[in-house]
Write a protein that binds this ligand. Structure first.
Ligand code: ASP
Length: 332
C-alpha cells in the first residue's frame, strides 16, 4: 500500500516577509494546516485521491482568506465569475466549470460535470443549470462578497487592465494616486488574498488526482476564463506522470499549457518530477512573462512546490505525519 500524500496551495504572489504581521501569518498557517489535515483524514480513512482533492478545495473555497468561492475577486462589472476543474489520474476523467456566478462550491460542480455528464467543460448559464439540476448548492451574489476584495476592486476599477490579486496589491503600493493610507496598507492587509486554490493527492491505491478553483483576476473582463478550469493549463493529473495544480498569471499558464508540460517532460524527456516542475516554472513560464507557481506530486509520493514569485501559500501532509505549511521562498 502506498503512503497517501496531499498538497495544497492558496495562491502565489508578492508576499514578502515584511508584508504580513506574525498574527496574519499565523492565520494562513492555521487555515492551511487545518485544510491539509482534513485532506489527510480523507486519505487515511481509505478515501480516494479524487475525494481528498475535492474536499480540500471545497474547504479552501469556503475560507475567506483565499481567492475562490467565498472571498473571490470582482470582475470589471463588480461581479464574481468562478472557474474550477478536477481531474482523476487513474483514467484521465475530468470535469470543469467556468464563469459560474451562483455556485457556492465550483469544485463540486466540476466534479458533477465529470461524473454526471458526458462532457468535460460547461460554462456560464448552462453550467449553473446543470449544477442546480445535480444538487450542487447555489447562492446569491452576496455570498461571495468580502469587504477586502471589494475595496481592492474599487482601487483598480477604471484601470484598463485586469490584475492578479498580488499585482493589484503591488500596484496600489506603487501608485502615486492611491488614496492616502491605502498605498501603505495594501500589501500588508491580511485580507489582500493571493490567487487561486488547488490540491493534488496520492491515495493508498496509488492513484493521483488534482483540483483547482479560482475567482480569477481582479477587474477581469466579463466572460474572461483563465487557466484554472482548463485541463493541462491550470490543472492536470495522470497516474503515469503527475498531478499538478497551478496559480499565477493565467494567460501565461494557458499559452505554455503549464501543468501538462510538467507531465510531458517526465514522459518524453525522462525528467524527474522536480526537474520537470522547475523547468516549467523557471524556464518556460518566464519566456511569456508568466508569474506564479504550481504544486506537483507523482505516483511515488515525490512532491515539488516551485514558484517564481516571492511567496506561495502552500502545505502538504504525508500519511499520519503532521501537516507542513509554508508561505515564503526557502521554506518547505
Ligand atoms: N491563475 C488564475 C487566473 O488567471 C489567477 C491566480 O492564480 O492568481 O485566473
Amino acid at each position: 500500500m502506498t503512503t497517501p500524500v496531499i498538497a495544497i496551495h492558496g495562491g502565489a504572489g508578492t508576499i514578502s516577509r515584511n508584508s504580513l504581521t506574525a498574527e496574519e501569518e499565523a492565520r494562513y498557517h492555521e487555515a492551511l494546516a487545518a485544510i491539509v489535515g482534513a485532506g489527510q483524514a480523507v486519505l487515511n480513512a481509505g478515501g480516494s485521491a479524487l475525494e481528498a482533492v475535492t474536499e480540500a478545495v471545497r474547504l479552501l473555497e469556503d475560507c475567506p482568506l483565499f481567492n475562490a468561492g467565498h472571498g473571490a475577486v470582482y470582475t470589471s462589472e463588480g461581479k464574481h465569475e468562478l472557474d474550477a476543474c478536477v481531474m482523476s489520474g487513474a483514467d484521465l476523467a475530468s470535469g470543469a466549470v467556468a464563469c459560474v456566478t451562483n455556485v457556492r462550491n465550483p469544485v463540486l460542480a466540476a466534479r458533477a460535470v465529470m461524473e454526471k455528464s458526458e462532457h468535460v467543460l460547461l460554462v456560464g448559464a448552462g453550467a449553473e443549470a446543470f449544477a442546480a439540476r445535480n444538487g450542487v448548492a447555489t447562492v446569491g451574489p452576496e455570498y461571495f462578497h468580502t469587504d477586502a476584495r471589494h475595496e481592492q476592486w474599487l482601487r483598480v476599477r477604471g484601470q484598463s487592465r485586469a490584475m492578479l490579486d498580488h499585482d493589484a496589491a503591488s500596484f496600489v503600493f506603487a501608485h502615486k494616486d492611491a488614496p492616502a493610507g491605502v498605498a501603505e496598507k495594501a500589501p500588508i492587509d491580511p485580507d489582500n488574498k493571493f490567487g487561486t486554490v488547488g490540491a493534488v493527492a496520492l491515495d493508498r491505491f496509488g492513484n493521483l488526482a488534482a483540483a483547482t478553483s479560482t475567482g480569477g483576476i481582479t477587474n477581469k473582463q466579463p466572460g474572461r476564463v483563465g487557466d484554472s478550469p482548463l485541463i493541462g493549463a491550470g490543472c492536470y493529473a495522470n497516474n503515469a506522470t503527475a498531478a499538478v495544480s497551478a496559480t499565477g498569471t493565467g494567460e501565461a499558464f494557458m499559452r505554455t499549457v503549464a501543468c501538462h508540460d510538467v507531465g510531458a517532460r517526465m514522459a518524453y524527456a525522462g525528467n524527474t518530477l522536480e526537474q520537470a516542475a522547475q523547468a516549467v516554472v523557471f524556464q518556460q513560464l518566464p519566456k511569456v512573462g508568466g508569474r506564479g507557481g504550481l504544486i506537483a506530486l507523482d505516483a511515488q509520493g515525490n512532491l515539488a512546490l516551485p514558484f517564481n514569485t516571492e511567496g506561495m501559500y502552500r502545505a502538504y501532509g504525508r500519511g499520519e505525519l503532521a501537516p507542513v505549511t509554508a508561505i515564503y521562498a526557502a521554506q518547505a
